[in-house]
Write a protein of this length. Structure first.
Length: 265
């Protein structure tokens, strides 16, 4: 059964977690900029029998109101959200699974608290997004031109390579976000550079990407896999940018096989 909790980072900003399973190693999921923690529900249900499965709800992404000050919505703030949830749930070490922005958060957390990370699964993400400044500014301009998150969500969803059954979920999760928070999250998502961090990662890593991902195409995932010593690389068939939701069976099977090779503790 999936339960929820609210937590507060040291700066006082609220974040939240959805969690299932009470025994086994910790498996922690972090969503992308257009999603909420609920995007991982299929994974929470799939892994709860063998893992403590936790999906982080990052600050400004549907967590309890009021919305945080946009200045608090940063990559460092997101990493604090993960640590706050780990501490609240008394989890010392985890396998961190991050999609898109979630991968960026994984790299940020590696810089801040590598001792908390036992293994990494990076999905549809990037160490440094090409033409990041122009891309982030373009997304923010599109949000402002749309006049609201509902209209923007409809326009953005058309670019995600979604299976038809995923459209409603995508629109719902993106539309629930506050415009100011989303603008700050956009800046945080696309403008980091973690290329110099990749070679420092010394835990087992799986880097994967949806076959039809046009937002973070395969070349960006391959760059991550080539940069992390010993990292595995895989393409998830019949999936776009949010492959864990587009093809959960294939994604879950891939992660399960990876986790079987991660040494306990």
């Amino acid at each position: 059964m999936i339960e929820t909790m609210t937590v507060h980072a040291p700066d006082g900003v609220a974040s939240a977690a959805r969690y299932a399973g009470s025994t086994g190693p910790a498996l922690v999921f972090v969503h992308g900029v257009g999603s909420t923690a609920a995007i991982w529900d299929a994974q929470l249900r799939a892994f709860e029998d063998s893992y403590r499965a936790v999906a982080i709800e990052l600050r400004g992404n549907g967590v309890p109101k009021p919305e945080p000050d946009p200045d608090a919505i940063t990559r460092a703030g997101y990493a604090c959200d993960v640590v706050a949830a780990l501490d609240a749930l008394e989890i010392e070490r985890m396998t961190l699974v991050g999609c898109s922005l979630g991968g960026v958060v994984a790299f940020e957390l590696w810089r801040a608290a590598p001792e908390r990370i036992e293994a990494l699964v990076i999905l549809g993400s990037f160490a440094c997004y090409p033409n990041a400044r122009a891309y982030a500014d373009g997304v923010k301009a599109a949000v402002r031109a749309a006049g609201g998150m509902g209209t923007f969500a409809a326009e953005r969803a058309a670019r995600l390579g979604l299976p038809p059954q995923r459209l409603h979920e995508t629109l719902e999760q993106m539309s629930c976000k506050n415009v100011g928070s989303y603008l700050a999250a956009t800046e945080a998502t696309w403008t980091g550079d973690y290329r110099d961090t990749l070679g420092e990662i010394d835990v087992p890593a799986l880097v994967c990407v949806g076959e039809h991902d046009t937002i973070a195409p395969q070349t960006l995932s391959r760059e991550i896999a080539q940069g992390i010593p010993g990292a595995q690389f895989a393409v998830i068939p019949a999936a776009g940018h949010v492959a864990n939701a587009d093809n959960p069976e294939a994604f879950n099977d891939l992660v399960r096989r990876f986790l079987q090779k991660v040494p306990a503790g």
